[in-house]
Design a protein around this ligand. Structure first.
Ligand code: SF4
Length: 356
């Protein structure tokens, strides 16, 4: 995989593009006016590994809450604004680290001037977010619908508006709910610009459907070297987006965070409650950010061998579990109910040993 070289920019203290790692983003689904719950969700996202959080700023009340939210946030925040340039100015004054706004949608030239000037003064980048569902009417007519070419042209128009004003602190996204159109649009755009690209499949769906669509779409793009930040959009708690995002990055060898849990699909040889055990181990390790491999396997015949690269693992036998490290058996645990607690003890001991 050869990553496309893009310009480096910064959102607050987080570097994007250039040689920076591919960044994981999400968006709060709390009411921005509700400072307490928005701040709590930002913390949850940050604890899970989210590096940049976007907040919707639909009105003056939401804008008025931004300063307090920004003060308490451990990660940079981006204000998501549609149409109203006053809200963009207020967000920058509140200390927001970046804007997501399309300059072509905020009205006359003087309003664009004002937003660009303020972004320059605050050192805040602007993300242009082209969405297949809200393309300009003339482009829809010219291209016969929200085609990838129409999306790219829309993005280039917004880019030109910023460049005309000497503003190049830009990131761009081209999202649709169609995986194929999204891939084509990003590939076309990546050939024409060097600005960092924020990638995502929008309105991807509920947990499983959304994760699969995102993994396919983002996986192809990342494999092609395209993408400097990403968001997995799920109709779900946004915290779940972060886990999916890291699994996509991990599967391509691009970034790692937390344990990788290998578990077998179970078969007629399985003699323990393996599905339950794998889920419990995953739950017990949630929030652990150290990188190691854990295997949860159904049988002793194939388990340790199949998972011999795992740092630590458990394989089920008849009413017992066999704990192994790198494929070598180290201990046997009797009784189904003891498997989880005893395995977790071994994992804690393994981590302690490794840290010392
Ligand atoms: Fe079946 Fe054993 Fe393979 Fe699990 S590890 S799928 S129980 S053969």
């Amino acid at each position: 995989m050869q990553r496309k070289q893009t310009n480096a920019i910064s959102v607050g203290n987080v570097g994007i593009g250039g040689a920076n790692p591919i960044r994981v983003q999400s968006m709060c689904n709390t009411d921005t006016r509700d400072i307490l719950s928005t701040t709590a969700q930002i913390r949850q996202l940050a604890d899970t590994g989210c590096e940049i959080v976007r907040l919707a700023v639909p009105d003056d009340k939401a804008a008025a809450a931004l300063s307090a939210i920004r003060e308490q946030s451990p990660v940079p925040l981006i204000a998501d604004i549609h149409f109203d340039h006053r809200l963009a100015l207020a967000a920058l004054d509140a200390g927001m680290d970046g804007l997501r706004i399309n300059p072509g949608n905020i009205g006359d030239e003087s309003k664009v001037d004002a937003v660009v000037r303020a972004a320059q003064q605050h050192g805040a980048p602007i993300r242009i977010g082209v969405n297949g569902g809200s393309l300009e009417k003339d482009l829809l007519k010219q291209f016969g619908g929200p085609t990838p070419e129409a999306m790219v042209e829309s993005g280039l128009r917004h880019i030109r508006m910023l460049e005309k004003r000497g503003f190049t602190d830009i990131k761009i996204s081209l999202k649709t709910s169609s995986v194929l159109n999204t891939i084509t649009a990003y590939k076309l755009m990546a050939d024409q610009i060097d600005y960092p690209l924020h990638i995502g499949i929008t309105e991807a769906g509920t947990l499983v459907r959304g994760a699969v669509k995102s993994a396919v779409g983002l996986g192809v793009l990342l494999y092609e070297g395209i993408g400097d930040t990403l968001r997995v959009s799920l109709t779900h708690d946004p915290v779940a987006e972060i886990g999916v995002a890291y699994e996509i990055l991990r599967s391509l060898g691009l970034r790692e965070r937390g344990p990788e849990i290998i578990s077998c699909p179970t078969c007629g040889r399985t003699e323990i409650h393996l599905i339950e055990l794998a889920e419990q181990v995953e739950e017990a390790l949630r929030g652990v950010d150290e990188v190691f491999t854990v295997a949860v396997m159904g049988c002793v015949v194939n388990g340790p061998g199949e998972a011999k690269e795992a740092d630590i693992g458990i394989a089920g036998g008849r009413d017992l579990g066999i704990i192994f490290r790198k494929g070598e058996v180290v201990r046997k645990v009797k009784g189904n109910d003891n498997l989880l607690p005893e395995f977790m003890k071994e994992i804690q001991a393994f981590l302690k040993e490794r840290r010392s």
